[in-house]
Design a protein around this ligand. Structure first.
Ligand code: NAD
Length: 296
């Protein structure tokens, strides 16, 4: 019988599936719930337990982890008679790893405290590959004691794990992360079109660029996407559009100007309006190609 905390995992998508499997590999008992039957089957095949509802998944859990698309989904799974707050054990720790607005995280922490539950916001960076390889960066907001309790769980999922401040702080740092990633992808996409139009060997150029100051995790992780025009997600443009909205709003609230971020937010929105929302965010290359009259 495992002495590790029992985990409930809600949201077994591109990120949640490999992350929950890493907890199973680390010896945790994981019961999951998500909307797609094939993802529940995948959890069961990996040694977890598929639940028929959120209530069933969280009832006996010591720790409830959520990984769903955005604030409305977090609110849908947390609140109401069928939600986490109404059905989790008093004293359980709720760790929301979705990328959502900082305000939603702060409100959730308050509502959960009224039910005797503790909450951490713990969004991640590193993409699908980072989730599979358990090397995510995890940016956490909440109380130190709760962070200390969750640390072994985080260590099974990621490599860089930092408590950034009170509730909502993890989300604020994640918003900054998404700003940096989007601007970086856009710069890489512009360089790709420029290099190809100039007749340079693109693979050779990206290799040498990645060894210098222009190098980045974006370039390392997305190089093959650019070279092969392989835009299967990964991280969907729809989700990055959501994140550009979060960072733009949060920056306006505190009076921080994001001039380049605002332009890239518009390019992400345009790509989505053109029907590319389901593609990986490396598809920003398609927007630059359209603007440049290059192949799409
Ligand atoms: P996804 O769309 O692949 O998965 C989301 C999952 O949430 C789905 O399996 C869906 O069934 C589940 N879900 C939605 N509503 C639900 C509900 N009411 N009840 C139960 N389950 C529900 O998304 P993803 O790419 O895994 O992203 C999840 C979160 O992680 C997002 O906030 C995203 O911004 C963030 N994120 C994603 C990446 C990435 O590279 N994909 C990287 C870092 C952070």
């Amino acid at each position: 019988m495992s002495t590790l905390p029992k985990i409930a995992w809600i949201g077994l998508g591109i990120m949640g599936s490999p992350m929950s499997e890493n907890l199973l590999k680390a010896g945790y008992d994981v019961t999951g719930f998500t909307l797609e039957q094939d993802k529940l089957d995948r959890l069961a095949a990996a040694g977890g337990t598929a639940a028929a509802s959120i209530a069933e998944a969280v009832r006996d859990a010591d720790v409830v982890i959520t990984m769903v698309p955005a604030s409305p989904q977090v609110e849908a799974i947390a609140y109401g008679p069928d939600g986490i707050l109404a059905n989790a054990r008093s004293g359980a720790l709720l760790i929301d790893m979705s990328s959502i607005t900082p305000g939603t995280s702060v409100d959730l922490a308050k509502a959960a405290a009224d039910q005797g539950l503790r909450v951490l916001d713990a969004p991640v960076s590193g993409g699908e590959a980072g989730a599979v390889e358990a090397v995510l960066s995890i940016m956490v907001g909440g109380e130190q004691a709760d962070f200390d309790q969750a640390k072994p769980i985080f260590e099974a999922l990621g490599r860089t794990i930092v408590l950034c401040g009170p509730h909502g702080s993890g989300q604020t740092v994640k918003a900054a992360n998404q700003l940096i990633v989007a601007v970086n992808i856009q710069a890489c996409a512009e360089a790709v079109v420029f290099l190809e139009k100039s007749g340079v060997d693109l693979a050779a150029a990206l290799d040498v660029l990645n060894g210098g100051l222009a190098g980045s995790t974006v370039l390392t992780r997305k190089k093959a996407n650019f070279l092969n025009r392989d835009f299967r997600p990964g991280f969907r443009i729809d989700l990055h559009h959501k994140d550009m909205g979060i960072v733009t709003d949060a920056a306006r609230d505190v009076g921080a100007a994001l001039p380049v971020g605002a332009v890239v937010a518009q390019l992400v929105a345009a790509l989505r309006a053109q029907g590319d929302g389901g593609l990986d965010h490396s598809a920003l290359l398609r927007a630059v190609e359209r603007l440049s009259g290059a192949r799409v």
